[in-house]
Structure formats: C-alpha cells, structure tokens
Ligand binder design. Sequence first.
Ligand SMILES: NC(=O)c1ccc[n+]([C@@H]2O[C@H](COP(=O)([O-])OP(=O)(O)OC[C@H]3O[C@@H](n4cnc5c(N)ncnc54)[C@H](O)[C@@H]3O)[C@@H](O)[C@H]2O)c1
Length: 429
Amino acid sequence: MNPVKISVIGSGYAGLVNAVGFAHLENIVTCVDIDKKKIDNINNGISPIYEEGLEENLKGALKKGNIKATTDITKAVMETDITFIAVGTPSNNDGSINLKYIRKVSEDIGNILKKKDRYHTITVKSTVVPGTTEDVVAKTIESVSGKKRGKDFGLAMSPEFLREGKAMQDFLKPDRVVIGEHDNKSGDMLYALNKPLTDNILRTDIKTAEMIKYTSNAFLATKISFTNEIGNICKKLGIDVYDVMKGVGMDFRISPYFLNAGCGFGGSCFPKDVKALIAKSKDLGYDPLLLENVIKVNISQPKIMIELAKKHLGTLKDKKITLLGLAFKPGTDDIREAPSIIIIEELLKVGAKITVYDPQAMDSIKAMFGDKINYMPTKKDAIAASDTIMLVTEWDEFREEDLYHGKLVIDGRKTLEKRTESNYEGICW
Ligand SMILES: NC(=O)c1ccc[n+]([C@@H]2O[C@H](COP(=O)([O-])OP(=O)(O)OC[C@H]3O[C@@H](n4cnc5c(N)ncnc54)[C@H](O)[C@@H]3O)[C@@H](O)[C@H]2O)c1
C-alpha cells in the first residue's frame, strides 16, 4: 500500500500510539497537540507518556522521517489526506461526556477545510457517545466550512480499544478493528490502513461503531464489579475468589479474563465511559440499573482496604501506612480515577500518616496531594517507613514475599500469590 499522509489531533495515550503505530507501518504522520512541551518531546524522540515500546518506535519513525509533531493544526490538516481526532472526552460533574475538546477541534477543522480544495477524511478515534460524530463533529465542520460530508469531506468513526500498559502491542496486533463509515471512500481508506494489522475488520455505520466502544467497556467493567461482588461474598465465606474464578473462567462462554477481584477498576476509560453511557441512557429516559451498580460497587471497593486496616489496627489516626502502587494498573503512569486516589483520600480523612511509592506514577500523585503525604524513592524505603503495607497496583516488583517480613500486608490485587506469615489480608480472599 502507498503511504498515507495522516494527521492525528491530540497526542495523548490514544493519539500518540496511533500516530507512532501508523508511522511504524511506513505512513507519513503528523501529530498535533496544543501542548508545546509534548510536541517538543515527541520531535526529540521522548515519549510524553510511559508505554512499553512506544519511545523506541517513536525514535525509529523519527529516524526514517515518518513522523513529526506540531502545534500548527492548519498545516497538519492541509498537508495530509486523513485526520484522526484523538482529543480527550472527559466526564462532566454529572458523569455525562464533556465534548468541549471535540467541538473545538471540529471548529478548527471546519475553518481549515473551508480553504482546502481536496477531499479530506475525518475519523473520530476519541470515545464519543452515539450520535456525536454525526450530530456534533460533522455538523460543526459543515456549518463552519460550508462543505458537505460524503461529497467534500469523508466521515468515519473508528473506536480505540488499546489497553494502557500494552498499547503498542494492541495497536500492532489488535483483536479487531471497527470502522464506522459514513461514505465508502472513507471506509475503504481506513480498511486499507488497518489491513496490515488484522483480518478482523468490522465495517458498520457510525453510531454502531460508537456504541460498540461503550458496550465493550461497560461489559468489561461489569465483569470486574461482578467479580468483586462475588469476591466480597467469598471473603465472608472464607473462600478464595481466585480459585472460584479459575473454575468459572474455564467456561468458554465466560473466558478467564477480567475475573480478577481487587480494589476496583480505574483509568481514563472504564469509569468515565460507563458514567457517560449511564448519563446518555438517562437522557433518553432509560434508567440503567445494572450499570449504575457497576459504578457503585467500584466506588465502595477501595474503601474495603480501609475497613481491613481498621480490623487489624483499630483507629487509623496517626498510624503509618504505606501504599505500594498508585497507577491504575501496572505498566502505565496513568493515575486517572485510580483506586489509590480514593484510598489516600479516605486515609487522610481518618488521620493516617501515608507513605507512597510507585515505579512510574509518583509525579502525578505528587501533583495531586503535595505535602499531605510522604513519597519514597524506592519500594524498600517505602516499606521501611510503615508497619502496614497496602498493595494497590500489582507491579511485578512488589511480588517478592520477602520484602514484607514482619509487616501487616493488606493486598488489594492478589499481588502475593501466597503469604506464609499470618499478618496478611487479601481484599476478597
Ligand atoms: N487512554 C486510553 O487508553 C484510551 C483507550 C481507548 C480510547 N481512548 C479515548 O481516546 C481519547 C483520548 O484519550 P487519551 O487518554 O489519549 O487522552 P489524553 O488526555 O492523554 O490526550 C488528549 C490530548 O489531546 C490534546 N488536545 C486537547 N485539545 C486539543 C486541540 N484543540 N488540539 C490539539 N490537541 C488537543 C491534549 O493536550 C492531550 O495531549 C478519549 O476519548 C479516550 O476515551 C483512550
């Protein structure tokens, strides 16, 4: 396939991984962001986020001249044939989706397309509630540019399924690629771009593609909250939920994945996407009872860590407690909606003296909690600082049992496979 000239607007987790991935496939990619520091870093071969293999592939693509980064969206769109929109779609306070970045980029693109006389395809990569690509993105571009979708510009929505921590691997070997297309020409272009990656390409309409993304995340989040609820029951029964789910996951209809009980899911996607789907459903006059309880279970789950600490220590006032792991999962520096945040907040409320350590996420937590908590440069220092250790993210480096000799360990992730010392509490086992 001839290289395609691609611009990616928004150079965060989703945008940068796609940009580097498509450049790796020998396309010519321009990354755009409003954050000048990110742009400078990308041009210097420094990945602004931690993701295995990302920086290496970025450096390789820069060397070949397949990628560059800029804050100049006009030049980027003018010089390319297809634009991926990958800006953030955070939650409003009521959980509904906040489309301010999507609207701004759509306006910018509209203004640029007004001056562009070649056909240009716009593809939404950001996670957006059904209807957004057609009713917000395309409508804004049409009203600002005076051009028509399908005739003057192409329109598609291709949801992003990457897992943080495995993002590069997921880009290069996806389970499936979903292409929601308004016009065949855009669909064909996306099909050709993705064909080298997988044969599992589903072509559908735009709203269905948007809904596939929400349904996937809502289902996975439900699996986790379901497992946590079963885990809470197992704990009371004196049964290890991991042994239970091992048997349950052998059923091919269920699969063994996402059956790990623990202190809750976090990250930039599950909480926000489930909440956005709940808000959208309510907008439509439907009360999504199951999804609301998926969120409720998830909010109460980290608080069980505090209850377990109280069971052993009584009052937590002035008790020294160390949290190992702050990122919402191993392999990433992302702390968005991480259970560690709820645990720290709850421990602060009861007056505990908190020490934290994470191999990647210290800076982000420092920016959030400042001098309210203590930070240690190594796990050994962090463990030495307290008699009680909470395992919150299952980084491999926390798995050595010997690290915790003599300490009370409250494990929120089954980080320790087995614990011979008796002062060990698993959250659901
Ligand atoms: N992070 C993930 O693992 C993941 C996975 C699947 C889908 N998604 C979806 O992808 C989207 C982006 O998520 P993310 O995690 O990459 O967000 P992010 O916050 O890491 O990145 C968004 C980037 O967009 C930039 N931006 C904002 N407005 C801009 C503008 N007007 N022009 C240019 N750049 C602009 C920001 O500066 C930021 O760098 C979201 O909708 C998210 O739900 C993310």
